[in-house]
Each structure stands twice: as structure tokens, then as C-alpha cells.
Design a protein around this ligand. Structure first.
Ligand SMILES: Cc1cc2nc3c(=O)[nH]c(=O)nc-3n(C[C@H](O)[C@H](O)[C@H](O)COP(=O)(O)O)c2cc1C
Length: 318
């Protein structure tokens, strides 16, 4: 069984992947999408999104990071997949799930789920272009407005030559509305010979047990659940009843993440990212809510760092 960190644009970037993989339990990451239109993506753009490419396509603790491509132009996706592989990507993933209207208007992302034959053409072209040793996966939702073509889409991805398929168990119309339709994962898994990776609404170790029982899938992709409970993968491995990481253990990771953010992006944007994470952590840690409220009024990156570090000191003294 594998636990895979989901691609999450604007949320699970390289600093977050580093912190989460070091906390532990994650076998593989898929990076947030790289948009492919009608030309070769500059090398710098690949490296900005997936800086791990400079480290053999692995996070600092050695976890492989697949590059995800989002586009509709078959030839261009194939050419860019080759570039990503040459840059060191240990695998390529194709995005057939993005619900963004601006992306869908250009024929990319979830809208492709209306045309299984296009999915087949894209997967086949990318597979043909890539060196045989580079695994190709795809990530899809269950459809655009309904699930009518879900099995056709899954078959198209398999016949195109993908080695595995991640299914986010919702249609585009479902957006992120709970509950995810886990029962569909079982139907898709029974239809395909390649591994199907279950995704959607795994927030707690018990959800992991449940999604595997309902879907029969061995592998699970974790998204927002891992951001909200950064030790989720570790706890799943250690057993359902393992206690959650204490706030005092989590806080140094938050400090580490914030300091990486200040180096990785325009420092002015780092406080926003930190507040976004704290906002999500509130669901599991009331202390994150307190810190979130205190930091809300601060915008200067250095002041935020100072307050964060004093929170760490206070925590150590308790
Ligand atoms: C903020 C955000 C950004 C996302 N970005 C991507 C992306 O770049 N590529 C992709 O395939 N899915 C993306 N997703 C979808 C997730 O990978 C995942 O399928 C979805 O969140 C459901 O899993 P979860 O319930 O475990 O979060 C994104 C989701 C969120 C919340």
C-alpha cells in the first residue's frame, strides 16, 4: 500500500512537500500542475514549480516527486513531458480533473472528461514520447456534470498506456462538496487492470481504512487531510489509534515551513501562505486558531517570523 501526497496548487508547494515528507509516512508526491499551452515550457518554470528537479526529482528526504502537466494540446504535452523527464522528473502525471473555468474554457483539465477519445490520444502520445522507464499516471474526476462517462474515461487512460490512475471521486459539478463518491472507485478499480489510486475526503486515519474497504484500492492519495493533520500518513502507518502529533511538536515544523517560504517566494506573500495553513490547521489544533488570530493583523514578513518564534519559545516553556 502506498500513501501519496496530492497535487495542490497554492497549497502543497515544495516547502510544504519538504515538511510533510519529513514528518513522515508519504511514499510519493505529485507536484502542483505545470500549465502547458502551445509551446515548450521554459526550464525555469519547471524548476520554479518543482525545485526538487534539481535534487534528482526528490524532496530533501528522498521522496520522489512526479511532475504534473495540465493542457489539451497532445503534441505539446508530449514534448513537455519529455523535457520534464530530461530535467529529472521520476514520473509524469496528467491532469484531467482541474475544474477551473479559465482552464476548462481552453479545453484542458476536467472538461476533457467529456471526450474519452481525447484522453486516449493524449495519454498515448505522452506515453510514446517518454522513455520507457519513466512512469506515466493520470488523475481524473468522475466526469464533468455527471458520472456517465467515468468508466469510458478510465478505460481510455488505461488503453493509452498509463501505468496507474488516480481518481478524485467527484465530478467537476460536485466541486469539493462532501461526501466524495467512494463507491465509484470500486467500479473503476474492477474495470481496469492497472492500479487505481483512491482520492477524496480522507481526513482521519479511520477514513483511510474506510475508503480502502469501500473501494478495494490499495493506494490512497491524501490532499487537504494531510495539510490539516500533517502527521496523517505517519499515523495511518502506525495504526488507527496512534495519538495525533502534539501542537508543541508541530510548531517547529510550522516555523521551518515559514522560513522556507520566505526564501522560496516573494517574502511579502509568505505571511498569507502561513495564515492559510494555520487556518486549515484550526480544524485539528485549537492552538492554530489562537495563533491565526494573533497573526491576522501582522503583514510584515519579519514581524510575523518574530511572533512565530516567540510562540515557539512560549510552547517550549510550558
Ligand atoms: C487548493 C487546491 C489545489 C489543488 N490543485 C490541484 C492540482 O494542481 N492538480 C490536481 O490534479 N489536483 C489539484 N487539487 C485536487 C487535489 O489533488 C485532490 O484531488 C482533492 O483535493 C481531493 O482530495 P482531498 O479530499 O484529499 O483533498 C487541488 C485541490 C485543492 C484543495
Amino acid at each position: 500500500m502506498r500513501l501519496i501526497l496530492a497535487p495542490m496548487e497554492g497549497l502543497a508547494d515544495a516547502p510544504m512537500r519538504d515538511v510533510l515528507t519529513r514528518i513522515g509516512g508519504i511514499d510519493l508526491c505529485v507536484a502542483e500542475f505545470v500549465r502547458v499551452t502551445d509551446h515548450l515550457v521554459p526550464r525555469q518554470k519547471f524548476l520554479r514549480t518543482v525545485p526538487e528537479l534539481d535534487n534528482g526529482g526528490r524532496t530533501p528526504n528522498g521522496t520522489p516527486v512526479r511532475v504534473q502537466l495540465l493542457g489539451h494540446d497532445t503534441a505539446c504535452l508530449a514534448e513537455n513531458a519529455v523535457v520534464a523527464a530530461e530535467l529529472g522528473a521520476p514520473g509524469i502525471d496528467l491532469n484531467f480533473g482541474c475544474p477551473s473555468p479559465s482552464v476548462n474554457r481552453h479545453g484542458a483539465g476536467a472538461i476533457l472528461l467529456n471526450q474519452p477519445e481525447r484522453l486516449f490520444a493524449i495519454v498515448a502520445a505522452v506515453r510514446r514520447a517518454l522513455p520507457a522507464e519513466i512512469p506515466l499516471s493520470a488523475k481524473m474526476r468522475l466526469g464533468v456534470d455527471d458520472t456517465g462517462l467515468a468508466l469510458d474515461c478510465a478505460r481510455a487512460v488505461e488503453s493509452g498506456g498509463a501505468a496507474e490512475l488516480v481518481v478524485h471521486a467527484r465530478t467537476r459539478a460536485d466541486r469539493f462538496r462532501p461526501p466524495a463518491r467512494w463507491e465509484w472507485l470500486a467500479q473503476i478499480r474492477e474495470t481496469l487492470a492497472i492500479p487505481v489510486i483512491a482520492n477524496g475526503d480522507v481526513w482521519l486515519p479511520q477514513d483511510w481504512t474506510h475508503i480502502r474497504t469501500v473501494s478495494g484500492c490499495a493506494d490512497v492519495m491524501l490532499g487537504r487531510g494531510l495539510i490539516t493533520r500533517p502527521d496523517l500518513a505517519r499515523r495511518i502507518r502506525a495504526g488507527e489509534n496512534t495519538p495525533a502529533m502534539a501542537w508543541s511538536e508541530l510548531l517547529p515544523w510550522i516555523v521551518d515551513h515559514y522560513s522556507q517560504l520566505r526564501n522560496a517566494m516573494n517574502p511579502r506573500h509568505a505571511p498569507g501562505r502561513l495564515k492559510q495553513w494555520l487556518g486549515m490547521l484550526r480544524a485539528a489544533y485549537p492552538e492554530a486558531g489562537v495563533l491565526h488570530r494573533e497573526l491576522r493583523v501582522l503583514h510584515d514578513p519579519a514581524q510575523v517570523a518574530h511572533r512565530l518564534e516567540s510562540a515557539g519559545d512560549e510552547c517550549r516553556q510550558e
